[in-house]
Design a protein around this ligand. Structure first.
Ligand code: NAD
Length: 344
């Protein structure tokens, strides 16, 4: 055990947890002490194949894991005691039940966007409020949609000042592996009322933002799409915006030359360029959609729900640990470790 390494446990090895575990394993300042599962599942076999110690939430299930030839390292409580920081990537609402266990063990915990802001008392986006997160015991990484919106606001606010933003979200119905939720054949208002929960959620990170959001759910598993309208304080040019998006570490310009106009093509492109699990960590902003009318900017951005919060979670671990105090240093380290380069 290296005292300079941050010992990280991932409680809940599902869609987000398995990606966070791989990203933790790729950091040179973190050590993955283990991951956890509730039941025998394909992901449990993946964890063992990757050499991650496997802990279980219910020790009554131990025999079932061992019958499946899945060695159990111990209980979740035992795993938590070995960590400096736990990432709670259990389904929405379970993190709230786990908080007392983290308090008892005296460990720091990062919750994901399915938990309420009040649970951690602090909602996080690396570009927006890394410094305010330094040393905190509990941090909540906001959801994939809120992450994408707060990123976009933070980058554009720095350059132009953001006066007001309105986002229409078209949401994927479920993740690709979630067979229990599909198939569906409808456009579901999510919810019917306006604003959707995203506007208040963005305000948990950026309290002074003037924002409204409306959301619909459609039968797809490939990413969300946002139609964004923003009023800036200063008029931009398309050329400047393209340069900013190319420079910004977690924004990606989906260039005219690619001919892409859908989430499906973007997902395929990510697989083709060899991204792990086909993950797109950045906001995919369509160059041809960039439209300027005075200080009003309109654009489409695609958001890969399974991927974008993973990088923010790694930065949140570092902020909680407190050794790296500059957001740019953590962001660059995280991105480099997974193989994300701004000009890729
Ligand atoms: P998931 O259902 O894919 O995975 C959750 C995992 O936790 C499963 O492996 C499950 O077996 C395990 N688990 C359940 N109860 C447990 C317990 N008591 N102890 C330990 N493990 C337990 O869920 P997910 O989609 O990865 O979501 C995790 C969190 O991330 C939620 O807060 C969610 O809102 C948030 N999030 C999800 C997405 C997404 O698109 N999937 C995007 C951003 C944020």
């Amino acid at each position: 055990m290296d005292p300079l390494m941050i010992r990280v446990a991932v409680n809940g090895y599902g869609t987000i947890g398995k990606r966070v575990a791989d990203a933790v394993a790729a950091q040179d300042d973190m050590e993955l002490v283990g991951v956890s599962k509730t039941h025998v599942s394909p992901e449990a076999f993946v964890a063992i194949e990757r050499g991650y110690p496997l802990y279980i939430a219910d020790m009554g299930e131990r025999a079932a894991f061992e019958r499946a030839d899945l060695p159990v390292a111990g209980s979740v409580e035992e795993m938590v005691k070995k960590a400096d920081v736990v990432v709670d990537a259990t389904p929405a609402g379970i993190g709230a039940k786990n908080k007392a266990m983290y308090e008892r063990a005296g460990v720091k915990a990062i919750f994901e966007g399915g938990e309420k802001h009040e649970l951690a008392g602090f909602s996080f986006n690396a570009h927006s409020n890394y410094k305010d997160a330094i040393g905190r015991q509990f941090i909540r990484v906001v959801s994939c949609n809120t992450t994408a919106i707060t990123r976009l606001i933070s980058y554009l606010d720095q350059e132009y000042g953001v006066e007001d933003i309105h986002v229409v979200l078209v949401r994927r119905a479920s993740d690709p592996g979630e067979i229990k939720k599909g198939p569906v054949d409808a456009i579901v208002l999510h919810p019917v009322t306006i604003p959707s929960h995203h506007a208040p959620d963005v305000k948990t990170v950026l309290p002074n933002t003037s924002i409204s959001t409306m959301a619909m759910m459609v039968p797809t598993t490939f990413m969300h799409m946002h139609a964004v309208q923003m009023r800036l304080k200063r008029e931009p040019t398309v050329l400047e915006l393209c340069a900013l998006i190319r420079r910004a570490p977690r924004l990606r310009l989906v260039g005219t030359y690619t001919g892409m106009s859908s989430t499906a093509e973007l997902a395929e492109y990510m697989r083709d360029i060899g991204r792990p699990r086909g993950d797109m960590w950045e906001n995919g902003i369509f160059e041809d959609s960039l439209s300027i009318d005075g200080r009003n900017l309109r654009l489409f951005q695609a958001v890969h729900q399974e991927a974008n919060v993973v990088l923010e979670t790694i930065d949140a671990i570092r902020a909680a640990d407190g050794t790296i105090r500059e957001p740019e240093v953590s962001i660059e380290k995280t991105d480099r470790s997974v193989g994300l380069h701004p000009m890729e």
